[in-house]
Design a binder for this molecule. Structure first.
Ligand code: HAM
Length: 425
């Protein structure tokens, strides 16, 4: 049998209904915030990601699906191509290529589509996954660099999560400084790492040399106490970055967007400057980040374009759907009991009992006296009922019913007057 490749999955009905619901809702919200859709290719030149996302990031150094695309004619060159691991680099490439900055206006662009990373698959982490993302980018004269943009993006995110009905998220916020102040912080980190490097994991030992900021991303438990003791970026922000961060926070307070500052959150991509953020959700287990994003004021120049500051985010749609499903499952009221009339003439008694229980607020369903007992029990299990209640001639006469717990298999007799409190417990 040929199966789907490791880390990829088929999305089937009824799950696809929820995916479509989410996409419909976010498109409505994007329209209200004056965002418009962009669709970029699923594969790009490898160089776009090594220059954009950063050579030393996990994404570029270990996770990309890259291949050498052979020339098919003498007029063609062979190329190194990569399935996009994220969409920001592609959007900024398109912004430069189509000179979208020429209008002098901000470009507010959103995308929904598959991304690819060769990560170790687990719940909430796939090799083909989907992102719902957005970018605001434009010349500085359009206000692309201003704190109001950061606040608006975070406000948009709360509206998106509200529209799909996600509850219980936490927003973590940080500033990672800029090209002006980060070198001093990197230097401080390097110096602090000299003495403790040997006690860290292999990846961190390498990062300590090449890109010390990445050490803060490390998830290895044994490394955490050492990382906690490293210098904090907040102490190294220059005046401009400090003011920007303070203004973003003040705007969030005005909009009543709750957040927590997390100084260790530097994010796994190299293009970030100033504001970075992540929303986590408790239902997601180890892969708790439902979305992430931040500002990237230097990315356009890094990719050979004119200065075009920007900020954006990407929601992991797979994770959003997982969190919504968990939330829905918790909200569903389970069927408490399946009332089974046993023998001819028992339907009226069963229906009457069901009516009493339903009036008491208990979700109940009823079988039919013509069904074999086995069929009624099978139906009860398929419906997910917790109890089966048998209504036969003897039970009606005695005013007490056989109640079977379908989960434990236990069976007891419960007097009619006791039945409602028994099921309510
Ligand atoms: P990212 O943090 O790498 O950022 O990914 C954003 C979100 O995509 C994550 O928070 C997570 O929900 C989801 N995600 C990432 N990898 C996987 C995976 N293997 N399986 C399932 N879900 C995953 C970016 O991609 C940036 N481009 C975001 C951005 C836009 N920054 C500025 N603009």
């Amino acid at each position: 049998m040929i199966k789907a490749v490791r880390g990829t999955r088929d999305l089937l009905p009824p799950d696809t209904e929820l995916w479509n619901f989410v996409e419909r809702k976010v498109r409505e919200v994007f329209a209200r915030y004056n965002y418009h859709e962009i669709r970029t290719p699923v594969f790009e030149s490898t160089e776009l990601f090594s220059r954009g996302v950063g050579e030393e990031t996990d994404i570029v150094s270990k996770e990309m699906f890259t291949w050498e695309d052979k020339a098919r004619a003498a007029s063609e060159k062979s190329l190194s191509l990569t399935l996009r691991p994220e969409n920001t680099a592609g959007v900024v490439r398109a912004y430069i290529e189509h000179e979208l900055g020429r209008s002098g206006l901000l470009q507010k662009l959103y995308y929904i589509g598959p991304q690819f990373r060769r990560e170790r698959p687990q719940k909430g982490r796939y090799r083909q996954f989907y992102q719902i993302g957005a970018e605001i980018i434009g010349p500085s004269s359009a206000g692309s660099e201003l704190p109001i943009r950061d606040a608006e993006v975070l406000d948009l995110l709360t509206a998106l999560l509200d529209a799909v009905g996600l509850e219980g998220w936490t927003l973590y916020l940080n500033s990672v400084g800029c090209l002006n102040c980060r070198p001093a912080y990197n230097q401080a980190l390097r110096e602090a790492l000299v003495g403790v490097k040997d006690q860290l994991c292999g990846d961190c030992q390498r990062r300590a040399e090449t890109n010390p900021l990445r050490v803060l991303d490390c998830k290895v438990p044994a490394d955490q106490p050492i990382i906690e003791g490293l210098p904090k970026i907040a102490d190294y922000l220059d005046e401009g970055c400090r003011t920007h961060f303070a203004q973003v926070r003040a705007l969030l307070d005005t909009l009543a967007v709750p957040y927590q500052v997390n100084e260790r959150m530097v994010r796994g991509l190299d293009y970030y400057t100033r504001t970075t953020f992540e929303f986590t959700h408790g239902e997601l287990g180890a892969q708790s980040a439902v979305l992430g994003g931040g500002r990237y004021d230097g990315l356009s120049e890094q990719l050979g374009g004119a200065k075009a500051p920007g900020i954006g985010f990407a929601i992991g749609e797979d994770r959003l759907v997982l969190a919504l499903q968990a939330q829905l499952a918790r909200a569903l009221v389970p069927l408490k009991a399946f009332v089974i009339p046993v023998g001819a003439g028992m339907n009226p008694h069963a229906l009457k009992l069901a009516k009493e229980l339903r009036a008491g607020g208990v979700p109940v369903d009823v079988s039919d006296e013509s069904f074999r007992l086995k069929k009624s029990f099978e139906t009860a299990e398929k419906l997910g009922a917790i109890y089966a209640i048998l209504v036969g001639e003897n039970e009606v006469r005695a005013g007490a019913f056989a109640v079977k717990n379908l989960k434990s298999g236990e069976q007891t007799t419960v007097a009619r007057a006791e039945l409602l409190p028994y099921l309510q417990n």
